[in-house]
Design a protein around this ligand. Structure first.
Ligand code: F6P
Length: 326
């Protein structure tokens, strides 16, 4: 027998498309005859009993909105054995027999623990970073990349007018996917990702100098957050480039602008498919799974297995980026 009264929550950093996923969970659940509740502010909402009944119209007019109507949080209180037990007890008291968690790997650990405490959970990858090993795609990634691309296109206009070098930090502490894809899309001369150690002379200066010999006069360097480490990082890189090459350089940290905005079509459709799939699993009595997009289709993995998978970095795309950035 599958779940009959389910709850949905968003946890960790928000991502464009989370609302589309919430909408799909609510509508699929109701379609299958379930009662559906929205939990506010992640796992904190379970601990505080902050749940609201959702109906078909409570998710109207949200598919196009960034952020999450359920709010989100990281919950240190939940991340203890006592916290998990308390949350599970709250669910039992309210008759909740299934939870859909939308978030990143930290949120998945929470879903695994809650399942272990007796409440069946399904996780959906919702994070701009695309850093979930079992899935080729995470909800929010496409929107974030497009936002970064649009912002850097604007920076390029002014960089070109002034014959400058612009060094831009994009998000991604441990994952260079936003950086690599955006770097290609904006025609960056150098792209620095956490997965590949870089050499300042070889990977930045030599490339700029080579491009200069063929007439290039303005340069874009895209750096992942995990490489740069904040404004001081890109500032330092820009300063050093100016010192060594004499090219006037500027640093920009794009920051949280990448986390907001109306989700792209890809994020809306992916979130809708994953949301509906998650509810199907709960309806069939399946639990402790991560919904994933693998080899062009929606599938699912055991959460513990998924958390232990090594993340793949697209070395082929990195090579292409390197080859065509000259
Ligand atoms: O995981 C998403 C993400 O935006 C990362 O790219 C970034 O490192 C982190 O969250 C920032 O977190 P916060 O919003 O807590 O500053």
């Amino acid at each position: 027998m599958g779940s009959r009264k389910i709850a949905v929550l968003t946890s960790g950093g928000d991502a464009p498309g989370m609302n589309a996923a919430i909408r799909a969970v609510v509508r699929s659940g109701i379609y299958l005859g379930m009662e559906v509740y929205g939990v506010r502010r992640g796992y904190n909402g379970l601990l505080n009993g902050d749940l609201i009944p959702m109906d078909l119209r409570s998710v109207s007019n949200i598919i196009q909105l960034g952020g999450t109507i359920l709010y989100t949080a990281r919950s240190p209180r939940y991340n203890t054995p006592e916290g998990v037990k308390e949350a599970a007890d709250q669910c039992r008291a309210l008759g909740i027999d299934g939870v859909v968690v939308i978030g990143g790997d930290g949120s998945f650990r929470g879903a695994r623990d809650l399942t272990g405490a007796g409440i069946p959970c399904i996780a959906i990858p919702g994070t701009i970073d695309n850093d979930i090993a079992c899935s080729d795609y995470t909800v929010g990634f496409d929107t974030a990349m497009n936002t970064a691309m649009e912002m850097i296109d604007k920076i390029r206009d002014t960089s070109q007018s002034h014959d400058r070098c612009s060094v831009i930090e994009v998000m991604g502490r441990r994952c260079g996917d936003i950086c690599l894809n955006t770097g290609i899309a904006v025609g960056a001369t150098a792209t620095l990702v956490p997965e590949v150690p870089y050499d300042f002379q070889r990977d930045i200066i030599d490339k700029i100098k080579l491009a200069q010999t063929t007439g290039k006069q303005h340069f874009i360097v895209v750096v992942a957050e995990g490489v740069s480490g904040g404004f001081a990082g890109v500032e330092k890189i820009a300063k050093k480039i100016e010192e060594v090459t004499g090219i006037e350089s500027r640093a920009t940290v794009l920051g949280h602008v990448q986390r907001g905005g109306s989700p792209t079509l890809r994020d809306r459709v992916m979130a809708s498919s994953m949301g509906a799939y998650a509810v199907d699993l709960l309806n069939r009595g399946v639990s402790n799974r991560v919904v994933a997009y693998t080899d062009g289709r929606i599938t699912d993995y055991d959460i513990t297995t998924a958390l232990n998978m090594p993340r793949k970095f697209d070395t082929e795309l990195y090579r292409t980026s390197d080859r065509i950035s000259i």
